[in-house]
Design a protein around this ligand. Structure first.
Ligand SMILES: Cc1ncc(COP(=O)(O)O)c(C=O)c1O
Length: 462
């Protein structure tokens, strides 16, 4: 039977006149923005080539689970700022805490505060792998420090990372996020490939690249190189190539083999942390990494990250061996946001309710897709998911590239946008549900998805 991957679709490009008709002011602002902002945007994921064709939307405001663009279109928001708006936009408790901090205390002191100690305690109390943490400003920063810490602790230089994952944009790790077909040799071994130009070539000697969810290849690499390997870094759920779950037992085995060879296990919980529950993915799967990084779920939408681990590793920071610094690290805004977010998330039922609604959306959307003529299904966990337009299961990056249709996804994104539902146009991103989404939002999204998929069928004519 012909696979969906081989089928020709009628027209995969955006219906530009319709888009311009819906979003005229965004278009005008985009033209102006290009003069002062490269590519007219503030970050690559918002650029035209990341899927926002013919131009990205410009947003006026967000409120709860909704977002309103400059043309006055209102969307149910599943983009959620690419994850951080776990409590929805402008969550009252966090807004009040931050406002109070700014008005009554201040922002940067270059000294400690009781609030910093309190916020750290609240985070450590939730996450099983954390005895101590340092607050930082972004996931990229926290990952950079995690790698440095792991190298110092083990006295080794190499890091294992997986194809299809993103651990921020620092030179040392921005490799093989979405590598080319050339980054794999004839025996199926992954070859380090920079994710873009400007990364020092020598870094390739510090990285070992592996296919995720493939225990045998991981074991082979570790057995051959273990005396040189400082750490394995992984997202516990692959959230940067759609949403791919770990195979049963995979993370457990990763933990066992890393322990056996004295390799540190770093969980990049920038997306999963506080989103998959109060204990993070590590609590969910009951696997305790040596180091963990948190960011997007941590501060209710304010810029903050944290790196932490057990005392045994963190003692290198404690005793001054490894410097973890930053003028804005642990600033008052970030700390007030973390503290209030933790208080909110520790309320009973917050996760039960969010997960109930997310499960309804995932399951019912899956049913809608199953009934359509186009092969598609939903994968995900808790309040993170993605739709694969594919007729094959997808367990790693290479399979995603081989089996899933990004062009059909893009048409679906466009039609959902016209229906008032927002998410990222690229099929390697995610849809997120927040604690602010209501049952009505979910019902409306499902109704609109049903209408959108009918139009997608017609536009693709498969
Ligand atoms: C899993 C993961 N790690 C790290 C990062 C980098 O975080 P930041 O954008 O805060 O630097 C991201 C960002 O999307 C991410 O998804």
């Amino acid at each position: 039977m012909e696979s969906i991957k081989d089928k020709k679709i009628l027209n995969s490009s955006t219906n530009v006149p319709k888009y311009v008709e819906h979003f005229p002011i965004s278009g005008q602002l985009f033209k102006k923005a290009k003069k002062y902002l490269p590519a007219g945007v503030g970050s690559t994921s918002r650029a035209v080539w990341s899927g926002w064709e013919p131009y990205p939307l410009f947003i006026k405001e967000g409120i709860g689970s909704h977002i309103i663009d400059v043309d006055g279109n209102e969307f149910i928001d599943y983009l959620l700022g690419l994850g951080p708006m776990l409590l929805g936009h402008r969550p009252q408790m966090v807004t009040e805490a931050v406002t109070k901090q700014v008005q009554e205390a201040g922002t940067v002191f270059a000294l400690g505060s009781e609030l910093e100690m309190e916020a750290a305690k609240k985070v450590c109390d939730c996450i099983p792998g954390l005895d101590q943490i340092r607050f930082l400003n972004s996931g990229t920063e926290a990952i950079t420090y995690a790698l440095r810490l792991a190298r110092t602790y083990t006295g080794r230089k190499k890091i294992i990372r997986f194809e299809g994952m993103y651990h921020g944009f620092s030179d040392g790790i921005y490799w093989n996020k979405h590598p080319s077909p050339n980054a794999i040799d004839q025996l199926g071994n992954c070859i380090p490939e920079p994710q873009g130009p400007g990364l020092p070539d020598g870094i390739k000697d510090t990285l070992l690249i592996c296919q995720w969810n493939d225990l045998e290849s991981l074991k082979k690499i570790i057995e051959k190189n273990h005396t040189d390997i400082a750490a394995i870094i992984t997202e516990p759920v692959m959230c940067n190539t759609g949403c791919i779950l770990p195979k049963s037992g995979y993370l457990e085995e990763m933990r066992k083999i890393s322990e056996k060879y004295g390799i540190l296990l770093i969980f990049d919980e920038v997306i999963t942390g506080f989103r998959m529950g109060l204990t993070g993915a590590q609590g969910y799967y009951n696997i305790i990494p040596d180091l963990s990084v948190f960011a997007k779920g941590l501060g209710g939408g304010y810029p903050v990250a944290a790196l932490g681990g057990k005392k045994d590793v963190m003692k290198l920071v404690d005793n001054g061996t490894v410097s973890i610094a930053g003028t804005y690290s642990g600033n008052g805004i970030a700390l007030a946001a973390v503290s209030a977010t933790m208080d909110y998330l520790r309320n009973e039922n917050v996760y039960t309710e969010m997960n109930r609604k997310a499960a309804k959306l995932r399951e019912d959307l899956n049913e809608i897709l199953k009934k359509s003529k186009i092969a598609a299904y939903v994968t995900g966990i808790g309040a993170i998911f993605q739709v694969w337009f594919s007729d094959k299961p997808i367990t790693n990056y290479r399979e995603a590239v081989k089996y899933a249709r990004g062009d059909i996804f893009h048409i679906w994104w466009e039609e959902m946008l016209y229906q008032g539902v927002l998410f990222h146009p690229h099929y390697f991103e995610n849809l997120f549900v927040s604690t602010a989404h209501s049952d009505k939002d979910i019902e409306e999204t499902l109704d609109r998805a049903e209408q959108a998929i009918n139009i997608v069928e017609k536009r693709c004519d498969l």
